[in-house]
Design a binder for this molecule. Sequence first.
Ligand code: TXA
Ligand code: MG
Length: 333
Amino acid sequence: MKTHRFHIDSSSEDQGVIAQAAQLIQQGLLVAFPTETVYGLGGNGLSPESAAAIYAAKGRPSDNPLILHVASRDDVAHLATEIPPLAQELMQRFWPGPLTLVLKKQNMVPLESTGGLDTVAVRMPDHHVALALIKAAGVPLAAPSANLSGKPSPTLAEHVIEDLDGRIAGVIDAGMTRIGLESTVLDLAHGTPTILRQGGVTIEALRAVIPQVRLSEGSHDVHSPGTRYRHYSPKARVHLLSSDNRMVVIQNATSTGKKCGYIGSTPPEVDEIIFLPAIAEEYAHKIFAALRTLDEKGCELILVEPLERVGLGAAVMDRLERAASQDNSESCT
Ligand code: TXA
Ligand code: MG
């Protein structure tokens, strides 16, 4: 399959491009599109066949559910059976934006899209191209991040092409995504509201609305299939520096003779350096692209300077820890 690259001005709406892309989706094909977080791989969220095509294109296990993207708050009523008052309040405050809500699903949402679960994850993205595409397609768009399973999420159309060229019908290129880190996934379907994945909306911001909100225990949480899998891994081995291990890790890395890259603001003497100030928003915006760039340059080891775990920094550190993780669980995201 030839993957068509559509270009769209990041501020305007090109109705021609949107209509063509929407038509492909209506035909059951897949089109990657920009959101404010990362590029998503879009298909008809109500079609079991489109869900299967998404899993196949990404090489993703089919028990890891997809997020359905809507263009208005009212659309949620078609997808979820119960919309608690808290969900309404969160939608008012944070939508459009990087917050995904897990709710009990309606029958019309196919189990193929939800990885067999009786819940559905929904979000309204804060990007004019995404919203226009959802409206034109006339259906909610199932859209995981548009990377091959296990790879860092795509923040540029080039990343989508790198991973999925020839496997999908098209990609709408609107430049680099604004936030760069995926949405926060919040479970509202099983008692105490639980953050299943940290992301663009910080825990602090959620606590201001839901004081009792808790963080999932990761792979032990039965309601959080996504955390079972390895994520965000470039080909290179990633080492997260800390004040305790810094000297030793740098020494070990440089003595291996392997090509070594570094991401941060106080670079040691290594082969490739990507300068990133220790500002959470900057890291979020650029970290996935930086990991891909160092891979391309042939680095076998990547040293990354850590961030303080507050605000968006906590979500960035979650991604970096997963990228650095040595466990061999299945790859998927
Ligand atoms: O920012 C984002 O969320 C991006 C853009 C494209 O919207 N999408 C994204 O999708 O990151 P994906 O598929 O890569 O990650 C979705 C996460 C996974 O960890 C998945 O397990 C979780 O959401 N998820 C989806 N539906 C769920 C459900 N019903 N219950 C629990 N977790 C769910
Ligand atoms: Mg993903």
